[in-house]
Write a protein that binds this ligand. Structure first.
Ligand code: TUI
Length: 314
């Protein structure tokens, strides 16, 4: 059995978080992951407060276990959602794509565990000083909005820079990845892409199919020109967007190209116009399973890997 400091802190069975994926991580998926012994996380993404409150209520109706809400700090509704998590007394708040400093004290005072995603050592030190409960170190192998550094490079540096428990994210989808995260100093993992193939994940069937069929070179990063690099599957949308980035169109026109593309992938499965966010590890996701099975399978793979490493010590 594998247990770590984060299990005790949050009252979860396995040190596995499900990433807060915009438009995807709803109350149903979060509850399934929490019921499976991990930490399910509802993604606020760019959605208004009412949507998030509704998803929190759905999760509460489906599980008695702790779950979290991820606040995407670029969202125009971030302030509203920061209040809603207080009103709804959610157990855990994770943040992404920005600096959550101004909210941290109020959340901690309300007894919420605060776990920001950090993509740099400087941000890790700041969050540690402000009293964050733990950190998620997310490398650029992950899907969606990505930082500069890879998981391999980021995680050990974050671990050296903080006394807090560190959760590794980006490029992890099996037991080998979890074991590697432990080796880098993390005490848990966050997986997003692996949960895209969960039965309880309500994305369009063609999105799931694309993930299950994806190969090693299946993703690319676009959006650097506007300062928000995003990793997604290499689809017609991503290729066209990349071409446009290097053309002479205005930033405004470029921004407009991306509007609605996430929804077109998640809801409509639109192979041409959809933006299918996915991490580089999509190629190792090869079947549909329940969220609980995913967690069990991944964690059952960890022990043999760690034991094999021990044989190296003579
Ligand atoms: O947030 C994510 N992944 C996301 S958010 C998203 S929705 C979106 N839509 C349009 C444009 C951009 C995003 C899709 N995927 N992951 C967590 C994450 N946070 N990765 C990197 C960071 C990060 C980056 C910079 C965290 C803090 C940070 O600090 C910068 C600062 O403010 O100093």
């Amino acid at each position: 059995m594998i247990k770590s400091a984060i299990c005790e802190m949050l009252g979860i069975e396995y040190p596995v978080f499900q990433g807060g994926m915009a438009w995807i991580s709803d109350g149903k998926l979060a509850a399934a992951v929490s019921n499976g012994g991990g930490l399910g996380i509802i993604a606020a993404g760019n959605a208004p407060g009412d949507y998030v409150r509704e998803q929190i209520k759905i999760a509460k109706s489906l599980t008695d276990k702790p779950f979290g809400v991820n606040i995407m700090l670029l969202s125009p509704y971030a302030n509203d959602i920061a209040k809603i998590v207080l009103e709804e007394k959610v157990a855990v708040v994770t943040t992404g794509a920005g600096n959550p400093s101004k909210y941290i004290k109020e959340w901690l005072d309300a007894g919420i565990k605060v776990i920001p995603v950090v993509a740099s050592v400087a941000m890790a030190k700041l969050m540690t000083r402000l009293g964050a409960s733990a950190l998620i170190a997310e490398g650029g192998e992950s899907g969606g909005h990505v930082g500069e550094l890879t998981t391999m490079v980021l995680v050990p540096q974050i671990c050296d820079a903080t006394t807090l428990p560190v959760i590794a994210a980006g490029g992890i989808a099996n037991g080998r990845g979890v074991a590697a995260a432990f080796m880098l100093g993390a005490c848990g993992v966050q997986m997003g892409t692996r949960f895209l193939s969960a039965y309880e994940c309500s994305i369009h069937p063609s999105y799931k199919e694309k993930i299950i069929k994806a190969g090693d070179l299946c993703t690319m990063v676009t959006g650097k020109r506007l300062g928000h690099p995003v990793r997604s599957l290499r689809t017609p949308f991503a290729r066209n967007y990349a071409k446009a980035e290097y053309s002479d169109i205005s930033d405004e026109e470029l921004e407009n190209l991306g509007v609605g593309a996430l929804k077109m992938a998640v809801v409509d499965g639109d192979a041409e116009k959809g933006c299918f966010l996915a991490g580089q590890i999509a190629s190792v996701v090869n079947k549909e399973q329940s969220a609980a099975e995913i967690i069990k399978e991944v964690m059952s793979e960890v022990e043999p890997v760690l034991k094999k490493c021990e044989e190296l010590v003579v």
